[in-house]
Ligand binder design. Sequence first.
Ligand code: T4K
Length: 407
Amino acid sequence: MAPLIPNPGSLAVFGGPPAFPQPLHVGRPNLGDRAAMLQRVNDIFDRRWFTNDGPVVREFEARIQEFAGVRHCVAMCNATVALEIAIRALELHGEVIVPAYTFIATAHALQWQEITPVFADLDPATHNLAPETLERLLTPRTTGIVGVHVWGRPCAPEALADLAAKHRLKLLFDAAHAFGCSHRGRMIGGFGACEVFSFHATKFINSFEGGAVVTNDDGLADKLRLMRNFGFKGFDNVIYLGTNGKMTEICAAMGLTSLDAAHDLIAINRRLYEAYRSGLANLPGVSLIHYDPGERNNYQYVVLEIDDRLAPLNRDELVTVLHAENVLARKYFWPGCHRLEPYRSLQPDAAPRLPETERLAARILLLPTGETLGPETVALICGLIRRAFEQAAAIRQTLARPPGPGN
Ligand code: T4K
């Protein structure tokens, strides 16, 4: 798409035309090789085998195992159901520690099964759980910890494993963001009892909708496979409580197509991340999150932290400016799970013990990336942010005006 700045002097927030004629989304899906995908779809049609552990799903699982260096991949219809099934397979109950700073699905997967998510605060340096703060949240009802590798950055796997072992807790990871990432040279996927990937359309590797539980535990993998398919063991024989968590063949075909492009996508994402880094350098109060260059990263998330003590505009003001320009920056994971239903009703006292979550959730914004953008678009977005900072006082005045005729 050709970006357009018809009137570079006037920001859209002042009534000028938006910088981009079409919205730029965070989470625009990457397509991969369209012809290869369509060939796979044709093959699926010819085979008339659409779901239920078909050959394309099996191929996808084998490729995920190989990529993530794990013994088992059990593909599912999405990561939320995969989390629910993993939580049930590990027999979690009572209370489970989980970060408040995550997508709502992590908490819902527990609450859906009447398990209480006990919200823990984050480490501002990593945006992940702060393991040293967890012990005080444990009660006799605590049965597990769900760590989340937020933005694909590893969530203290060793410290959490030590804590889990010490208190005989089950440990699993929500690795929805972390496919293709590593920790101390080991791919994410092999930590804890199991880990859960998301292959939602907005993710680095996408299967339209999709997810997977990965594990090195043979017994757990068998159980997950049963639970994913109603508990069926062969024809007419149900040996376990299960649900329908199956991935379809078409979804697996998209997953394979996406996997074929994985290395190219990482290169694209990395290039754009570097373009944002140089385009936003030296802006007061603005920092772009750091990915350890010694590890493998998918660079899927361009995450800015806006410190409103130093920046001339706060996060929400900047988001308003960007949306007016058709740059649909997102405020993940504002306001934190504890402030969304049903948790804000069930746990109204959670906020005071989550000061870092509260602070970070008010500061973060995500910017668009992926194969639909080029570095020149990133340069334009960075230029908009710079101009917004230069014109901060006028922007604040404009935003403070009540909406009405002429505004
Ligand atoms: N755990 C964590 C830590 C997660 O972040 C997630 C999901 C999960 C678990 C659960 O995984 P899944 O059950 O979804 O597999 C989006 C995604 O829907 C969600 O998958 C993701 N995390 C979350 C961080 O972001 P929304 O509600 O913000 O999505 P939505 O529909 O606004 O999509 C974002 C933007 O992407 C849209 O503005 C437009 C663009 N888009 C989206 C889709 C679906 C497209 O251009 N094309 C598309 O097909 O949650």
